[in-house]
Ligand binder design. Structure first.
Ligand code: FAD
Ligand code: NAD
Length: 453
């Protein structure tokens, strides 16, 4: 283990995507860098250990028909290898040190760390400090939720070695839909209980309905507009979940596992930002300006904890914003960030970039809209994934693409192609007339954009 100094050029708190990339970059530039991570099981951060990578691995293995316990074991091997690689990426740099312990501010330039291996408390000082502590699941107040032994978060559920025979999911967002798809694929009976009266409320209804129909066809029960009233711990293998339907009827479900997926809030617990004078916003996120600087000029916040969209690639883009101001390269700030696409990894995946039809109309655009059933793409047929719908929104006055939503096989790749075309400000005709290789899902873009009139 490396010796720990009392002072560094840069201190990064939390091993998130932006922070670890920044740590390696700064160390390569000759800065002395300390990266403090509270848990050795979290070297590399949330994405590789408990979020994007393990979940997408499990979804993929499920689609291949691998049994659940085997997939969980393989997932553990994968995350262990990635953890080691991430640790080395930072700690093997001669200028950087990973310190394992919980960080807490004691003054604007000083942070105390309780070291995990010795329980000793040290204080380190740094000229610049970057907070990258991520987010944690919100646990709603529901009677019985704390007493139950069968309530899980996304982190703890994918640590279970045995597949639950039934899974009730509280929530209807990203985690709920991805876990519903995944656990149904492995053979669990899945029920989603979402408080929202509308399924995928931000999406156009035709697209949301296409996803809903596909999940229901996979045997997933989806209850919208419900209120979960109580969890009654059972004596045997099951708990009872009591909920009120949209119509106000009391209902109950017996289940062997309950997943709470009701959003994630900023992780600032124990960080004592007040000692540094750093302000939080009303929701508890660290308040930052467009350069991701807090109200204390030598302290920045990166990733989920600063209240931006909660995606790994946004944390990475936060790193770009900070790098540009520290090294006086071409200025890049939050004001320059546009067109953030996303993919929701259901089967098939659901991906979106730009404006939805309803948003474009609300903004006063004159638009042309086209849709294409995924089943009409030959590649979707040969993949045996005919479910889905593709949709594009084009500005009728300029022929520019305003938005695109793809619910089809490989949409998580295709959406990046559409995003690039939008960033390059190509007319929609470019995607319509490009010669794509065959047989691919990209060819669907020929047909989708040919329907724009
Ligand atoms: C189940 C799930 C699936 C997801 N899937 C995707 C996906 O497919 N694609 C996508 O882009 N995003 C996905 N996300 C979101 C993505 O994981 C997060 O947006 C991203 O990991 C946030 O990274 P970050 O840089 O904010 O910090 P994190 O990676 O969250 O790192 C924060 C680190 O700080 C540490 N820490 C906290 N407090 C302290 C302290 N006081 N002292 C020391 N260390 C501390 C934590 O232990 C943690 O390791 C998913 C999230 C979840 C939960
Ligand atoms: N593919 C990806 O990129 C990916 C995958 C997973 C997670 N994530 C990130 O993680 C974040 C957190 O995901 P999430 O699914 O926890 O949050 P979310 O914000 O996406 O969804 C929260 C859901 O919980 C519901 N809800 C809230 N309180 C409830 C209650 N008491 N009872 C019933 N339903 C309730 C809401 O109606 C909503 O449907 C996401 O915002 C996303 O940025 C991304």
């Amino acid at each position: 283990m490396k010796s720990i100094h009392s002072s560094y050029d840069a201190l990064i708190i939390g091993f998130g995507k932006g922070g670890k990339t920044l740590a390696a970059y700064l160390a390569n530039q000759g800065w002395t860098v300390a990266l403090v991570e509270q848990s050795p099981l979290m070297y590399g951060g949330t994405c590789i250990n408990i979020a994007c990578i393990p979940t997408k691995f499990l979804i993929h293995n499920g689609e291949l028909g691998k049994p659940y316990p085997e997939s969980i074991q393989e997932k553990d091997q994968l995350t262990a290898a990635l953890r080691q690689r991430n640790f080395n990426m930072v700690d093997q740099s001669p200028n950087a040190t990973v310190i394992t312990g919980k960080a807490s501010f004691v003054s604007p330039h000083q942070v105390s760390v309780r070291l995990i291996d010795t329980d000793e408390e040290i204080v380190i000082e740094a000229e610049r400090i970057f907070i990258n502590t991520g987010a944690k699941p919100i646990i709603p107040v529901i009677p019985g939720i704390e007493q139950s032994q069968r309530v899980f978060t996304s982190t703890t559920l994918i640590d279970q070695q045995q597949l639950p025979s039934e899974l009730v999911i509280i929530g209807g967002g990203y985690i709920a839909l991805e876990f519903a798809t995944m656990y149904a694929q492995y053979g669990a009976t899945v029920t989603i209980l979402d408080r929202s009266a509308h399924f995928l409320p931000n999406e156009d209804r035709d697209m949301a309905d296409a996803v809903l129909a596909t999940l229901v066809a996979k045997g997933i029960r989806i209850e919208l507009g419900v209120s979960v009233d109580e969890i009654i711990p059972g004596e045997g293998q099951q708990d009872t979940v009591l909920f009120r339907s949209q119509e106000g009827n009391q209902q109950s479900i017996q289940t062997s596992a309950i997943l709470v997926a009701t959003g994630r809030h900023p992780y600032t617990e124990g960080l004592n930002v007040a000692a540094a004078g750093v302000e939080l916003d009303v929701k508890g996120y660290i308040r930052v300006n467009e350069r991701l600087q807090t109200n204390v000029p030598h302290i920045w916040a990166i990733g989920d904890v600063n209240g931006g969209p909660q995606f790994t690639y946004i944390s990475l883009d936060d790193y770009r914003i900070i790098r540009s101001q520290l090294f006086n390269s071409k200025p890049y700030t939050l004001l320059d960030r546009n067109l953030v696409a996303f993919s929701l990894f259901t089967s098939p995946p659901f991906s979106h970039v730009g404006l939805r039809e309803e948003e474009a109309l609300a903004k006063g655009y004159r638009i042309n809209v086209a849709t294409l059933p995924a089943a009409s793409i030959t590649r979707a047929q040969l993949l045996k994934e005919p479910a889905g719908l593709l949709k594009c929104i084009v500005d009728a006055d300029t022929d520019q693409i305003l938005g695109c939503t793809l619910f089809c096989a490989d949409s998580h790749e295709l959406i990046n192609l559409v995003q690039l075309a939008m960033r390059a400000r190509f007319d929609y005709t470019v995607l319509r007339d490009t010669i794509y290789t065959h047989p691919t899902m990209s060819e669907g873009l020929n047909d989708l954009f040919a329907r724009v009139s």
